[in-house]
Ligand binder design. Structure first.
Ligand SMILES: NC(=O)c1ccc[n+]([C@@H]2O[C@H](COP(=O)([O-])OP(=O)(O)OC[C@H]3O[C@@H](n4cnc5c(N)ncnc54)[C@H](O)[C@@H]3O)[C@@H](O)[C@H]2O)c1
Length: 447
């Protein structure tokens, strides 16, 4: 089977590469020529564990090709995946210009029955819009040709994207054209042999399923973050509460971790897009508005903790704060909507200097914070704390899990850690003579 994937970002590159790994002949297209040049010459534009080796294998096996040419790409695939970005427009609704742009390019070129698959996260009704654009393009060519539009939203998580793609919890296929649905079943069969994970539904339900999943997860996080605020005020321990409720099978343990806010390319924009969809249809989804508001507040929580600590010491101006983590979560270099951006921005505004380290997102940090007089991109976690007054932790990378607390106590002038991910045991940190501030666990100042 031959497949084309349009859009070679986190989703398109992982999907295309994984398909090539199960023996499908894949052509990946992107309009970003630098990305395609890099991939064609053996490089890789993003950090995703295990992806570089799979891309190399796919290229060497002659199963994975890269191009910027729509002629070549549309000619190649009997199934064409659209995996381009759907960023929020000004009002928060998903901007469909890239998805519909691709639909037009495909419609102007197809010469045989083709399945066009929306893999991008798109509002309900987009499959129909894509169908219309392709249909119009065919009419302009005076061609009548069978084609089908299928909705196949992606649920992979950055950081574990390959495993998620190769061993999916579910494969949602939205479509009502039998031959197209059957072909999708055949395409995914190698990923579906242990248990039948394919869920066939109408395109609208498939489109809504993706938003519903992300909105549910974002809401759980915001609920826990708000509860953490209350927990701290009441003198309760949110970590104990988390374990107490997560053991209930009706609730489950996942996505109950309080922190300094969710980020990434999906949750923030998908929550916003779903709010817009509800509004346009006169449906009140107030719960999601609260989810979003809570998250905006939560992204400021580390800064507020630092501000109140330094209030009694004359403020943050002139202080040097070490920050561990730029990426929105571990095992990715993705910094879109990352809470680190809010914290570092606020620290700079307050007149502090920042020494920040991230194992993979340092390059992105250099682009985000170009003023080296206020933000230094450190080479290691140890380098970041050199000359710092306090440490803030934003991303729970594994390499931050076991620091030398004695070393931190010697190096940090004010001997204080502000932990946005509740990574350590309080007793251990305090035993080293450090003040340890966590989310939802009340202020603890070393004697
Ligand atoms: N990143 C995730 O974890 C994730 C997970 C599930 C779903 N999604 C959804 O998948 C879609 C893609 O997300 P992403 O994170 O991979 O985005 P991305 O920004 O990493 O990649 C998008 C790619 O599309 C390319 N592109 C844009 N317009 C194009 C065009 N007209 N023709 C060809 N290429 C074009 C861009 O150059 C870019 O390389 C979004 O709708 C997103 O919501 C993302």
């Amino acid at each position: 089977m031959k497949v084309t994937v349009v859009g070679t970002g986190y989703v398109g590159l992982v999907a295309g590469t994984c398909f090539s790994h199960i023996g499908i002949d894949v052509m990946c297209l992107d309009v970003d020529a630098r990305k395609i040049d890099l991939l064609s010459s053996g490089g890789i534009p993003i950090f995703e564990p295990g992806l570089d080796a799979l891309v190399r294998d796919g290229r060497e096996a002659g199963k994975l090709h890269f191009t910027t040419s729509y002629d070549e790409a549309v000619e190649h695939g009997e199934i064409v995946f659209i995996a381009v970005g759907t960023p929020p427009g000004e009002d928060g609704s998903a901007d469909l210009q890239y998805v519909l742009g691709v639909a037009g390019e495909v419609g102007r070129r197809i010469t045989r029955p083709t399945i066009i698959v929306n893999k991008s996260t798109v509002p309900v009704g987009t499959a129909e819009k894509v169908r219309q654009v392709v249909s119009d393009a065919l009419k302009e060519r005076n061609l009548s040709m069978e084609f089908a539009v299928v909705s196949n939203p992606e649920f992979l998580r950055e950081g574990v994207a390959i495993r998620d793609f190769m061993e999916p919890d579910r494969i949602v296929v939205g479509g009502d054209v039998d031959w197209a649905v059957e072909k999708m079943r055949r395409l995914y069969a190698p990923l579906n042999h242990d248990r039948d994970n394919i869920m066939v539904m109408d395109t609208k339900s498939a489109e809504l399923t993706k938003y519903a999943a992300n909105a549910m997860l974002a809401t759980r996080i915001s609920f826990m973050n708000e509860l953490a605020g209350l927990s701290a005020r009441l003198g309760a321990d949110i970590e104990a509460v988390r374990r107490g409720i997560g053991s209930d099978p009706r609730i489950g343990p996942h996505f109950l971790y309080p922190g300094c806010g969710y980020g990434g390319s999906c949750f923030p924009k998908d929550v916003q897009a779903l709010i817009q969809m509800a509004g346009q249809n006169n449906v009140d989804l107030g719960i999601l508005e609260a989810t979003e508001r809570a998250n905006e507040r939560q992204k400021r929580v580390l800064f507020e903790m630092l501000s109140s600590f330094y209030k009694a010491k004359g403020g943050l101006s002139g202080r040097t704060i070490a920050v561990w983590g730029i990426a929105f979560k571990p095992n990715t270099d993705d910094v879109r909507e990352a809470p680190s951006r809010v914290l570092i921005g606020e620290l700079i505004q307050a007149g502090a200097k920042v020494r920040v380290y991230d194992p993979e997102a340092g390059g992105q940090g250099e682009l985000l914070f170009p003023d080296r007089s206020s933000v230094v991109i450190a080479r290691s976690a140890e380098d970041a704390i050199e000359g710092a007054d306090a440490l803030a932790i934003v991303t729970e990378w594994a390499e931050f899990r076991n620091p030398s607390f004695a070393g931190l106590a010697r190096t940090l002038r004010d001997r204080a850690i502000f932990d946005g991910r509740n990574m350590y045991r309080l007793e251990e940190v305090e035993a080293a003579g450090l003040s340890y501030f966590q989310i939802g666990r009340g202020p603890r100042i070393a004697a």
